[in-house]
Design a binder for this molecule. Structure first.
Ligand code: AHR
Length: 338
């Protein structure tokens, strides 16, 4: 039997074969990994969790889905929260019911992404009477009493509309015949972007609105409306779609009619979601104005301030930019969280 001396130890190659060497290596690696990982953070106990009820509009768009994920990740158990998530499927009455359920459950905070601006006074008064702070996120509410909610964080959608109009003034040659696909009527996202375009129409006499209809921020409706425009024979050279999903629908309809999107007609959109930015790079979408959906960490930071007894800003607007072929790269797309 071959033996080899190593200090005062002898290794026997017959018994200490290859299989055992591999097992021993795995064992040593495991010990190494466990010793490197340090003490494990214990999940907070259920009784210590901060309970947040979140009433979400629905799942009408890529933006909305990214927003839901952002909220779910921010309000995880590991972060010390229990999130009660309610999808209102685009119905205000479902949002009102959800808020009443949150009040009955005695949540610590209510977060509301309101489908429309109007119609919240009664239920927000109920939340206030129950002593539950309400944080409004994404879209704005229009209440008689601003003290009915604690604070708001979201996008300046009028500014988004103004950015789009400024880009049109600088990059397009009049006359413009504009097809306008709106988001759901009465939401601040629709109102701001529509007001921006209306101001642009007033200031530019050679711009004409040739078609306007709500597509509710939904891709299928955007496609349907574009089919309607194409079938009607209306003359147009610009499409102003108030979100990316409606723009996807527009592009599909145009292609089906052999109209080249981004070349035969200019397409303007809002959100700057990942797939839409790819279309800006490929030239099918000409302008995408950002609307940032990653509100989870922002709302969490507001709740942390409230937990510390601080007073958060009443209104926080997120900084947003726009993308066209002059400033967008693959690296920018890859670096964005949605
Ligand atoms: O309120 C934000 C808007 O709602 C986004 O532009 C749209 O995509 C979403 O559904």
């Amino acid at each position: 039997m071959k033996q080899e001396k190593c200090g005062k130890f002898y290794f026997c190659y017959k018994h200490f074969n290859r299989k055992k060497t591999i097992l021993l290596s795995y064992f040593l690696i495991l010990i190494f990994l466990v010793s490197c990982s340090g003490p494990q953070k214990a999940a907070p106990a259920e009784k210590d969790l901060i309970v947040v009820g979140f009433s979400q509009v629905g799942s009408e768009s890529d933006w909305r889905n990214a927003n839901t994920v952002s909220m779910q990740e921010a309000f995880s158990v590991e972060n010390g929260y229990r999130l009660i998530f309610d999808d209102a499927q685009q119905k205000q009455e479902k949002q009102i019911t959800a808020i009443r359920n949150f009040i009955n459950q005695g949540v610590d905070y209510i977060v509301l992404a309101p489908i429309t601006m109007e119609g919240w006074d009664t239920v927000l008064t109920e939340a206030k009477a129950a002593g539950i702070p309400v944080i409004i996120v994404d879209r704005m509410v229009d209440t008689d009493d601003p003290d009915l909610f604690t604070c708001w964080v979201g996008s300046d959608t009028r500014r988004e509309g103004d950015l789009a109009v400024k880009w049109m003034e600088e990059n397009l040659t009049a006359p413009l015949n504009i097809v306008h696909l709106q988001g759901n009527i009465g939401s601040s996202a629709q109102a701001g972007r529509t007001e921006g375009l209306e101001a642009g129409l007033q200031n530019n006499p050679e711009w004409k609105l040739v078609f306007q209809a709500p597509g509710d921020f939904v891709q299928a409706k955007g496609q349907e409306l574009m089919e309607e425009v194409l079938a009607s024979g209306i003359d147009f050279n610009v499409i102003y779609a108030e979100n990316d999903n409606m723009a996807y629908g527009v592009i599909a309809a145009l292609k089906a009619h052999d109209v080249v999107p981004g070349k035969d007609v200019t397409i303007i959109s809002f959100d700057a979601a990942h797939d839409a930015l790819k279309l800006v790079l490929s030239g099918e979408l000409n302008l995408d104005v950002e609307c940032n959906p990653l509100h989870g960490p922002r709302v969490r930071s507001i709740i942390e301030q409230l937990e510390r007894g601080e007073t958060p800003e009443k209104f926080t607007y997120v900084d947003e930019v726009y993308f066209d072929s002059s400033n967008l790269t693959e690296d920018i797309i890859a670096s964005r969280g949605y």
